[in-house]
Ligand binder design. Sequence first.
Ligand code: COA
Length: 378
Amino acid sequence: MVGAMQTTTVAISGTGVWTPPNVITNEELCEAFNEFVRRDNERNADAIAAGERKPLAESSAEFIEKASGIKQRHAHDRTGLLDPDRMCPNVPDRPEDQMSVQCEYAVNAAKKTLADAGRVGEEIDMVLLAGSNLQRPYPQIAMEVQEAIGARGFAYDLMAGCSSATFPIQIACDAIRAGSATKALLVNPEMTTGHMNWRDRDSHFIFGDAATAIVLEPVSEARAGSFEILSTRLLSKFSSNIRNNGGYLNRCDPETQNAPDKLFHQQGRRVFKDVVPLASRYIKDHLGSLGLTVDQINRFWLHQANRNMNDLIMKYLLGRHATPEEAPLILDTYANTASAGSIIAFNDHHDDLPAGAVGILCSFGAGYSIGSVILRRL
Ligand code: COA
């Protein structure tokens, strides 16, 4: 006899954040950038004097904090980034028998997360590694992580820009509901300092390095204080306004292989204008699909790209400014850590919530890609 279908409800039972120990303040960043600008202008003094070239303009710590809310960022390496003649992190290649950098980031976060969930690696049977950048196509970095933590089952990488936070949550949640996995580890090793153009005044301050991880498992097995996933929703809408053309075909056109479009670049103003209304409407609709209104939500763990952006999204949603408790910001200390940002906000700002509290985790960014997860504390 076929019994009634039982739907497995899924919970986030553990979270963890790891950052490299180096920190770079806005002041340090601008000192190196401005020295690069002075040297570049000096080198090109004749062309500038002849009106053939515009002088580069300096950056300022005050502008950065006002435009973005960022005061500092963690960085894998300071030596290359702060060298005005280099302006790129120094990250020595590792031999193939050593753990790769992104795997190390993921494992550092995963260890904390497994401990938080009260789990060990071999209980995991699905590993998803997601991020805005992957250091190689194969073998998949997720599989290296799977091996390193002693997980079973299967593992794979996926990329969804900053929504690499939420896209794997929906995928893993569906897999656990369907029975194709029982316990999933999701990791976001965001070593973003590698994709930035440190010579670009418009964007040299935006990103920082961090890794996050979460564990998903059935509510029936999750530890007390876990967060039940009430609903997930994803949306993508193609746009080139945030773009990075770095990839395996670059060397096939030697003329352009090192051009700045092979690094992160964006139309920041357009992103702001497109994403703020998109994200606020999207959050409202997702909550509405469960019969929830914004005033029933105890916490908004938003993607952390820009303070002004998050402030405006919250103002559209609530009709007033949100308090720091309602929509916590972590940008000041971490900067934009791509897909790690909303997970860091969740990791750092959930302990105080009582059982029954409801929150929404929402990522948005390159793609455009948007994802949200409505959570209730158990
Ligand atoms: N230091 C000092 N001044 C700077 C500067 C810097 N580093 N960069 C730009 N400026 C100047 C510009 O020259 C411009 O001057 P002008 O008004 O005299 O022309 C002025 O500051 C405003 O520049 P603008 O590029 O329009 O800045 P902004 O206020 O739009 O802020 C972002 C830039 C990127 C912070 C903002 O567009 C943004 O947050 N966009 C959202 C997208 C995002 O964060 N994406 C991240 C990836 S998900």
